[in-house]
Design a protein around this ligand. Sequence first.
Ligand code: FES
Length: 100
Amino acid sequence: MTQIKAILKDNTIISKEVACDCNLKRAHDLHPELPLKFGCRRGDCGVCAIRVVEGMENLTRRTKQEEIFMAKKKLPAEYRLACQCSLNGGGGITIGPKPS
Ligand code: FES
């Protein structure tokens, strides 16, 4: 097991334990209090974009669909599409608030 931690805009921290290879859709299904939102769930809409402030190396590599979306929207490197990534067994991640 490992942790998905989320820092909210008011600095509240939510931390939930998940399986080391959990995908983020499953993490949200198990822990709906995590600040994850999903739309298309296939890398097209961007609703699920998250800013990873710690543990980027603990996520699976970007999918082809995610690469296309990120290039099109010019999102910074610390952003991922939650619907396209899973924990890779290396440890947890921390999600930070997006700048307003
Ligand atoms: S839910 Fe649409 S891109 Fe992830």
